[in-house]
Design a protein around this ligand. Structure first.
Ligand code: XIL
Length: 352
């Protein structure tokens, strides 16, 4: 049942492509009769049964250039911030869904699926949770209440939820978040069960960074999801954030995705960007195109890799320069919303 929303969304896209493709084929001699030449990332990805998404800052949707690229190039949208705890429940029991609702509305008008991000995370967590002094039972209730309300509100609208985000340290130990230190590792199973009860439709994911290659952290993730599956916890997918560095796509990305797929899970590239030392130059941008293509190809080679989301449309909107000093140019469109070589890299790798 969980798959229904996703399959319907992709089906609609493929149908849309078929109609559009055949009309174009008559007008455009470069396009063959099957309409095989894709005019957007969205069409190219849909033709191979994959979604391609972007993080959206709903405040930027009033910029027509931004909204047009979001609508025409992507088949999935993730709220960059609007569904996080500090936005959705800034004080206990007071909920704000305005940004998330705006995104869902935009998505529905443009035949996008919506990827929910994120229910339980140590960051962008309001002070009343972080410093509330709750004991284990109380904090678990706070967490379950939050999931009930937020996942309940969006139930039926979302294809995925990142139920928990960034639960590990890089060495594979558990991150000492307030949830971990107060409740213990069982908070993760509790969160998935609560999300399943609140929204039986969405695929439920665990999401993290630096887990793209095979390393101590992704080994720990593998062990954790194996144990959740053994316990019958409702988990459907693993999200690999993929905030990558130029020239450093892990050579074992595909192998790593495949081992999670072999557990019966979907694998999603959830937050792809590839940053470089500034300033960018043509050599770096060519390398970046290869890197983006390499990630798309790895996903295409693993049937359980259902989609790829990039973290922001343009270099102008990216979180990277603010967080990694001296680095940037990590996105697929430049500061003027012109497609970079990475765009063709992705398009070609999707088979467009
Ligand atoms: C980032 C957003 O892009 C920024 O706008 C915000 O200020 C901080 O969070 N991993 C995640 C995302 O899971 O939620 C983060 O998004 C980037 C790192």
């Amino acid at each position: 049942m969980r798959r229904a929303a996703v399959v319907a969304a992709v089906g609609a896209l493929v149908a849309g492509f078929a109609v559009y493709g055949s009309a174009q084929a008559q007008e455009d001699p470069a396009r063959d009769a099957s309409g095989a030449t894709a005019a957007s990332l969205r069409e190219a990805a849909a033709a191979s049964g994959t979604f391609v998404g972007t993080a959206i800052n709903d405040g930027l949707l009033s910029n027509p250039t931004y909204a047009n690229i979001a609508a025409s190039e992507f088949s999935s949208v993730t709220a960059e911030n609007a569904m996080k705890w500090d936005t959705t429940e800034p004080s206990r029991g007071n909920f704000n869904f305005s940004g998330g609702d705006r995104l869902v509305d935009f998505a529905n008008r443009n035949l996008h699926q919506v990827y929910g991000h994120t229910l339980v995370w140590h960051s962008q967590l309001p002070g009343w949770v972080q410093n509330g002094g709750f004991n284990a039972e109380q904090l678990n209730q706070v967490m379950v209440d939050h999931i009930d309300a937020v996942a309940g509100h969006f139930s039926g609208e979302l294809a995925y939820w990142d139920v928990v985000n960034e639960v590990f340290n890089d060495d594979g130990s558990m991150r000492q978040s307030v949830f971990q230190t107060t409740i213990g590792t069982e908070y993760i199973a509790n969160a998935f069960r609560a999300a399943d009860a609140a929204d039986p439709w969405a695929n439920l994911c665990i999401n993290d960074y630096n887990v793209e290659g095979i390393n101590a952290k992704s080994d720990a993730l593998y062990d954790l999801v194996s144990s959740l599956l053994d316990q019958g916890v409702p988990i459907d997918c693993v999200g690999l954030q993929s905030h990558l560095i130029l020239g450093q796509v892990p050579g074992d990305l595909q192998e790593n995705m495949q081992r999670f797929a072999d557990l019966g899970l979907e694998v999603i590239i959830t937050e792809l960007d590839i940053r470089m030392d500034l300033p960018a130059d043509s050599g770096k941008l060519a390398q970046q195109a290869e890197d983006y293509a390499e990630v798309v190809t790895a996903c295409m080679n693993v049937p359980a890799c259902e989609g790829i989301t990039v973290w922001g449309i343009s270099d102008r909107d990216s979180w990277v320069p603010g967080v990694f000093p001296g680095q940037g140019a990590a996105c697929v469109w430049d500061e003027s919303y012109q497609p970079k070589p990475a765009y063709d890299g992705m398009l070609t790798a999707f088979g467009g």
